[in-house]
Design a protein around this ligand. Structure first.
Ligand SMILES: Cc1cc2nc3c(=O)[nH]c(=O)nc-3n(C[C@H](O)[C@H](O)[C@H](O)COP(=O)(O)OP(=O)(O)OC[C@H]3O[C@@H](n4cnc5c(N)ncnc54)[C@H](O)[C@@H]3O)c2cc1C
Length: 410
């Protein structure tokens, strides 16, 4: 007798979502209409304890809902609107009215203004912990099977889809499994899905800083010899700082006293955002571009960071992933109308086709920014400065970039 024959039969579900982070939780919410219309059984398996539904402070140990804040493109805000989540998200969203791009030591600067595009905002900055709370409050209202905290420890393809073995002893058999585990759990590799990895050999240092002047909704992207610095507007006079460092150099900045850190930041960034007065806790994130070589198989879709982890310089990772969530749900909905089973390869290839151009375009865009402005190509600086000046003049190019930043360019 095989060991499996002695275990209780696995629970059958239509959809299993591995990971209840930003992407898995968004997918759960986006499936709500299909759950209703087709009486789908959906399970979400999340390894880290759930975010508190009453306390929106950061979730320690939860990779998605930590102390970061994310730049949410206008297109993503519209998706949240369509899911009925925007009203709650907006309670802590700060509008980005202008994106100011400059290079230290060069004259060129580009400004992308929402008003030039007849918009109120280019996008919004929302604390990740708040997004987690809004998403999980909504999920708690849906008829989902919750497995949390529980880790998917094994995944095996079977005739009906995939068999998942959970750390709490449960087993699930799902017609469609969505891998939204952030790509670090080893499940992709267990399935033999390879990834291309480009280690940027950079580390993003993230914290919040208080500035002396009102930020007026301006987000700054400043390229320095040491790497890009982004400042995103938050409530009051607080801004989120994303300071990219060559690997190793961040250690020294992590260890500085607050006063020395602020002084070095001021020196690197200059005065255009005012004087930096107070700094919050600092966190370090190693950066690489990771792209999965396969994102669909019969009964399997790979989403979010598991499919593509990008450099955060252009604030595109989650925005891209959310468009993936929406396209997956649209493909599933059409497939179901046409009588296709949920995990059908026809449906999933339709999803893959919807994603391809957007995904490749965004990856090229953010990777191109790093190559053009990253720490490794200092010799390009003259060309870059010329490019930035040209940028301010060249309307179509600027508008193209603005539309990409707003997440409305496909
Ligand atoms: C410094 C930084 C700044 C960023 N800023 C922006 C920004 O401004 N705008 C933007 O659009 N994007 C931004 N991003 C990208 C964005 O954070 C990611 O795209 C997003 O977090 C991906 O979410 P995810 O759910 O795919 O993965 P994750 O956030 O990694 O979540 C994966 C989830 O799966 C769970 N899990 C893992 N393994 C298992 C398992 N075996 N079983 C069950 N559960 C499991 C984890 O506990 C976790 O909850 C930034 C990224 C970084 C690093």
């Amino acid at each position: 007798m095989r060991e499996d024959d002695q275990k209780p039969a696995p629970q059958q579900v239509d959809v299993a979502i591995i990971g209840g982070g930003l992407v898995g939780a968004s997918l759960g919410c986006a499936l709500s209409e299909l759950i209703d219309r087709h009486q789908l059984s959906v399970a979400v398996i999340e390894a880290a304890p759930l975010p508190s539904l009453t306390d929106a402070s950061e979730q320690r140990g939860q990779p998605s809902f930590d102390a970061r804040a994310s730049a949410i493109a206008l297109g993503s805000a519209q998706h949240f609107m369509s899911l009925g989540l925007w009203e709650a998200m907006a309670e802590r969203a700060m509008a980005i009215r202008c994106i100011h791009i400059s290079e230290r030591g060069r004259l060129g600067a580009a400004r992308l203004r929402a008003e030039d595009l007849d918009q109120q905002a280019m996008g919004y900055v929302i604390p990740n912990a708040w997004m987690g709370q809004v998403l999980h409050r909504r999920l708690a209202e849906l008829p989902l099977g919750w497995h949390c905290p529980a880790r998917v420890e094994d995944i095996q393809p079977v005739a009906a889809g995939h068999l998942l073995t959970l750390s709490d002893g449960n087993r699930l058999e799902a017609g469609l499994t969505v891998l939204a585990d952030g790509g670090r759990s080893g499940l992709k590799e267990k399935l033999g899905i390879h990834s291309q990895v480009r280690d940027y050999e950079q580390v993003a240092l993230i914290t919040s800083v208080e500035v002396s002047h009102p930020h007026k909704g301006i987000a700054y992207e400043r390229f320095t010899d040491e790497g890009p610095i982004a400042l995103l507007p938050m409530s009051g006079q607080t801004m989120v700082l994303i300071w990219t460092h060559e690997q190793g150099l961040e250690k020294q900045r992590m260890a500085l006293s607050d006063g020395d850190f602020l002084a070095q930041l001021q020196c690197a960034f200059g005065d255009r955002a005012g004087r930096f007065r107070r700094v919050g806790q600092r966190y370090a994130y190693p950066l690489s571009l990771i792209t999965a070589e396969e994102t669909v198989r019969p009964g399997l879709a790979v989403l979010g960071n598991a499919a593509h982890a990008l450099h955060p310089v252009a604030g595109q990772g989650f925005n891209l992933a959310l468009r993936g969530v929406m396209d997956l749900v649209a493909a599933l909905s059409e497939g179901l109308e046409q009588g296709e089973p949920l995990g059908s390869l026809t449906t999933l290839l339709d999803f893959e086709q919807r994603r391809e151009a957007d995904r490749d375009g965004v990856i090229r865009f953010s990777d191109g920014l790093i190559r053009l402005f990253g720490v490794e190509h200092r010799l390009l600086s003259h060309a870059r400065a010329a490019g930035l000046v040209g940028f301010n003049l060249a309307g179509p190019l600027r508008h193209g970039l603005a539309r990409r930043a707003m997440g409305v360019l496909r």
